[in-house]
Design a protein around this ligand. Structure first.
Ligand code: NAD
Ligand code: ZN
Length: 359
């Protein structure tokens, strides 16, 4: 088993990564728990719910399952209220523990429920998608969507533990694997050129779900994320580098309509656009732009961006991204592979990138 420790000002917690971890999750539930609320969705419940309930049955407290509807379209207050309704009807107190079993949608909602139920209770993340295992379950960002914007209502609330069972990836659709791998290679681009090269050499194993290669990628990704959030829990500085490719990616998601491309697919394409922009404004060599494009293609993500009704619309979508400060768009850029900087860019360079990358 791999253990990665996350240390933030608001708390310290372990990430356990291993095959078969689902059967061990009771160990991560605090001993003084008064009840356990297992938050998941019907698809994941059908695959893994019973196993998790059996594992939790060794504890002496009640285990109640709350099933929320599947999908990004249900990441909202109405789903959140289902958690609160169940918990308040059962009169759970502040020692109740939420266990979030699912992808990023469940993790973000269950985490937000834990952040605000009775002003905050403890929760355990049990991420079941690759994207959730390498990214969303670590770092304490929780949220729901609002009709006027994605993830606009939320809180920082760290879990007490993250339990990653690498076996659950066996049932994940291939597109979801590709989407998660986009976030994996992002860490190489912003933090570690050697890790990027490792991804290039092991791409067949990553895409083909070789267990030892995937679990190494998950461990390294969790280490990178833990390092960044440990330095900047609330994104006042360095944590922003995790958004490499995301200003472009969010514009693609919003422009096509959420759900057309998966988040990670849009980020993968956004990594290529960020590389093109870096080539124009901070000297990333042309050969490295090619490496980024080749690897994004090899993991199975799209390499050509959608036109989205022209450059003006594209730019207005990017300005709508919540990371744009007072209308000026700041980008995460790579002067070289393995190093990230955040800076505003010249609109001319941006238009050149859109002309080069969009269909
Ligand atoms: P998701 O949670 O919608 O899961 C994708 C699909 O896979 C769902 O239909 C789900 O039911 C299914 N699924 C989950 N695990 C499965 C398994 N093991 N086998 C078969 N099917 C399975 O999507 P996601 O990509 O995991 O998460 C996306 C969400 O994460 C977005 O809402 C995004 O905003 C959020 N996010 C949050 C952070 C953060 O820091 N909090 C970071 C990145 C993304
Ligand atoms: Zn992302």
């Amino acid at each position: 088993m791999h253990v990665v420790n996350v240390k933030t000002p608001s708390g310290e917690y372990p990430i356990h990564i291993a095959s078969g971890r689902l059967d061990q999750i009771a160990r991560s539930v605090p001993a003084d728990a008064s009840a356990i609320v297992l938050v998941t969705n019907p698809s994941i419940d059908a695959l893994y719910g019973e196993r998790v309930r059996t594992a939790l049955s060794h504890l002496s407290c009640t285990v109640q399952t709350v099933l929320l509807p599947d999908g990004e379209g249900h990441k909202d207050f109405s789903s959140l209220n289902q958690v609160f309704d169940a918990m308040l009807q059962a009169r759970y107190d502040r020692r109740a523990i939420i266990v979030a079993l699912g992808g990023g949608v469940i993790g973000d909602m269950a985490g937000f429920a834990a952040a605000i139920y009775m002003r905050g209770i403890r929760f355990v993340q049990v991420p079941t998608t690759l994207l959730a295992q390498v990214d969303s379950s670590v770092g304490g960002k929780t949220a729901v969507n609002h009709p006027l914007g994605k993830n606009m209502i939320g809180a920082f609330h760290q879990p007490v533990a993250v339990e990653i069972d690498t076996d659950v990836l066996d049932t994940l659709p291939q597109r979801e694997i590709s989407a998660g791998l986009a976030e994996v290679i992002k860490y190489g681009l912003i933090m570690d050129a050697g890790f990027f090269a490792w991804c290039e050499s092991n791409v067949a194993g990553l895409v083909g779900r070789d267990p030892s290669i995937l679990s190494e990628a998950i461990r390294r990704s969790c280490e990178f994320k833990a390092e960044v959030v440990g330095e900047d829990e609330r994104e006042s500085g360095r944590r922003a580098i995790l958004n490499l490719g995301h200003t472009f990616g969010h514009a693609i998601e919003a422009g096509l309509g959420y759900g057309q491309w998966l988040h990670g697919e849009a980020v993968g394409c956004g990594l290529i656009m960020a590389a093109e922009l870096s080539n124009r404004v901070c000297g990333l060599p042309e050969s490295d732009v090619r490496r980024v494009r080749d690897l994004v293609g090899a993991i199975g993500c799209p390499v050509v961006a959608p036109g989205l009704d022209g450059q003006e619309h594209w730019i207005s979508l990017m300005k709508g991204d919540k990371k744009a400060e007072s209308g000026q768009i700041k980008f995460v850029l790579m002067p070289r592979i393995g190093r990230a900087v955040v800076q505003p860019v010249d609109p001319g360079a941006l238009r050149e990138v859109l002309a080069t990358c969009c269909e």
